[in-house]
Design a protein around this ligand. Sequence first.
Ligand code: FMN
Length: 346
Amino acid sequence: MMSEKSDGNSSILDFEKLLPTTLWSKEELCEEFELEKCPLFVAAPMVRYSNYPFRKIVKDFGADVLYTPMLYAKNLVQSYRNRSLNWGWNLGSDFPILQLAASNGEDFAEAVEMAHLWTSGIDLNCGCPKSNVRKLGCGSILLKTPEKIADIIKQGKSRLSTTAYPFSVKLRILDSSEKTVEMCRMLEKAGIDNIALHIRTVEMGGSGPTKPEVASLVKSAIKIPLYINGGVRNLREVFELAKETNADGIMVANGLLYNPALFAGYDHTPMKAVDNFIDTAIYEGMPQDIFHQHLMFMLRFILGKRERQNFNHCSSIPHILDFLHRLGFDQGGNQRRPHPFILDDC
Ligand SMILES: Cc1cc2nc3c(=O)[nH]c(=O)nc-3n(C[C@H](O)[C@H](O)[C@H](O)COP(=O)(O)O)c2cc1C
């Protein structure tokens, strides 16, 4: 086994040390946490990142439910360019839940009609805090008018001849638990099939403390499935949150970016996940900046500081691949090929 130090930081070549000695199975953890039912493992929508190649890896490592990045309903309907860009590597062939941003029922229903054959459900984004999204009447601005959310979903549903196709909403908690419960109850009554609840308010942003106690109240107030999202970094935390809230599913975003094998019980991205990701991303033709960014996330806690700096400066896909090859990654073969020299540059 190779072990090198550079600038006093642990090197990727200590890879085995990072692997957990025990990989827990979902069933074992369900038993340990005395859960009546195992929660679904849900991969969150992420602009830029929850694209098809990434979802494929996350699915291979245990995810049950996969969301696309948020796509504007209007753009999807109006623009051939947008459609062909997104259809290919965002929708892919894995029948994900398509997340739409929409400010009105007409745009939403048009997009639903177009996309329902390639997806296993539609989700309306009601949680994005970005000002450019809110200015268009989309994302978290909708939380101010839950009746509008209900109307948008109603219009989408009425466009399809089947009732078997599920419609969900991704919400954030409001500034009081009573208001949050009231909103979720109202949406359930309006016919929404399931809810994903980010347990931070809009003001709390996307990281930091969460409020699982609000999720527990919502769960006991509604009958439709509830996915809880926020702050989960490893598989034990998935089960802790499921235990605390009785959620039907636990949704993870950042945790999966840094470790797409989180749902399979790995503490850090395993080498085979990186290898598989590279294969699929190259095959599907992922844009270089997103490809590089994904790998920076996945290797964040594995590379030593110096390797990380060098890796972040790679300026082309051949550079990135060459760098990884020298670290021992072997695209496609899942073989570890350690190389004895110190890594200086791409
Ligand atoms: C890079 C990135 C992109 C995101 N894009 C979306 C999105 O398209 N739609 C959405 O509803 N939430 C989006 N989110 C929010 C996540 O889905 C999730 O609600 C949030 O990160 C909290 O989960 P976490 O604590 O597991 O990271 C995004 C988050 C990140 C980090």
